[in-house]
Design a binder for this molecule. Structure first.
Ligand code: ATP
Ligand code: LTN
Length: 328
């Protein structure tokens, strides 16, 4: 029966620390969609090395991220959780897809421009071909839907272009995936700068609420969050900082946007921030209790079962690709 379900695929990089933006923009939807779809959630360690990583901590962070997926509510009985490098087909398909990708389209990727800091001469080639590896991740599983935050939309469009081009040139091979970008929360902003997205790689840790932040840290970061001019707590395009905090409140409490605005009518920034800190701490508490729910052996069992399942599907797609291209 399960094989009748449509597939979803998503992943996060084992770099930095996961923040509440990653949760609200992506992970929350991974959990919500896992009943309806056959889900594959990957820890994309090969993507991580597109920027320098400390080898010792990369492995630790890879396993920590698996724990975070599980603590967020990804259920290993329903979803396949695995490490990207455990399925070598990801790297193999990347090569084939890189042969149908064009320099021009990769050069237009804003993440490459941002992370390469506009310095083409020094930017890594891996950073440049990063979206091709992401396309391989998705296309290997004949994925229907990809739950992601807004920053990944452009990469998904490239994935669709590559799938369509390959299908046109070599015959129907890949399903062309659709993005799933939540209507609210797809780009949670930095608490220190509402023009920038909350980012794991931001040097200023005060801009992000990390999923493993303790209560005192959460309170301090929210108290220090920048606000706009004005005093009322409501949505207004000219006041992105308060809009961002209200969005977090709405998503964390499950109150509608109207209810959230109503709730703070007549109250000031101080009271609002105090309550936002409380609901954030309340949300993080059970999550943090669950992060160590599995011992190392159980975790490694979950990941190796996941890799086996993922590989059985990935190998079929790659086999088809090799046949269609005359490699095999
Ligand atoms: P970095 O900011 O360092 O590039 P990241 O925070 O984007 O890293 P990833 O592991 O690359 O982290 O992303 C995991 C998922 O979280 C992706 O689907 C991404 O779109 C989503 N995401 C990342 N930042 C945000 C944000 N600020 N708001 C909503 N979703 C986000
Ligand atoms: N590029 C993504 C992580 C990622 C991903 C994927 C997301 C790698 N492969 C496949 C969805 C589907 C990011 O969040 N930076």
């Amino acid at each position: 029966m399960t094989s009748q379900k449509e597939r979803i695929f998503s992943g996060a990089q084992p770099t930095g620390q996961l923040h509440i933006g990653n949760y609200l923009g992506a992970l929350k939807n991974w959990v919500a969609l896992q009943d309806e779809y056959e889900a594959f959630y990957c820890i994309v360690n090969l993507h991580a090395i597109t920027l320098p990583q400390d080898p010792k901590t990369l492995r630790e962070k890879t396993l920590d991220l698996a724990r975070i997926y599980l603590a967020a509510g990804v259920d290993p009985e329903k979803s396949t959780i695995f490490i990207q490098s455990d399925v070598p087909e990801h790297a193999e398909l990347t090569w084939v897809l890189s042969c149908v990708s064009r320099m021009g389209e990769l050069e237009r990727m804003t993440q490459f421009k941002d992370k390469g800091k506009g310095n083409r001469e020094r930017a890594g080639v891996g950073l440049f071909t990063y979206p091709v590896l992401m396309a391989a991740d998705i296309l290997l599983y004949q994925t229907e839907l990809v739950p992601i935050g807004k920053d990944q939309k452009q990469h998904l469009e490239l994935t669709r272009d590559l799938a369509e081009r390959f299908n046109r040139d070599f015959g129907e091979t890949f399903k062309v995936p659709e993005p799933f970008i939540p209507p609210v929360g797809a780009s949670i902003k930095s608490l220190q700068d509402p023009e920038k997205k909350m980012s794991k790689s931001d040097e200023n840790v005060n801009g992000s609420i990390f999923l493993l932040d303790g209560a005192d840290t959460v309170t301090k970061k929210i108290k220090r969050a920048v606000t706009d001019s004005g005093t009322t707590i409501e949505f207004d395009d000219s006041r992105p900082a308060i809009g961002n905090l209200l969005t977090m409140y709405h998503l964390l409490t499950g109150k509608t946007i109207d209810e959230s605005v109503e709730h703070f009518r007549g109250k000031g920034y101080g009271a609002f921030k105090t309550e936002l800190a409380e609901v954030t701490i309340e949300f993080l508490k059970p999550f943090q209790e669950r992060v160590n729910q599995y011992d190392d052996a159980t975790l490694s069992g979950i990941l190796s079962t996941g890799a086996k399942k993922a590989r059985s599907i990935a190998a079929q797609t790659l086999g088809d690709v090799y046949k269609k291209t005359g490699i095999r």
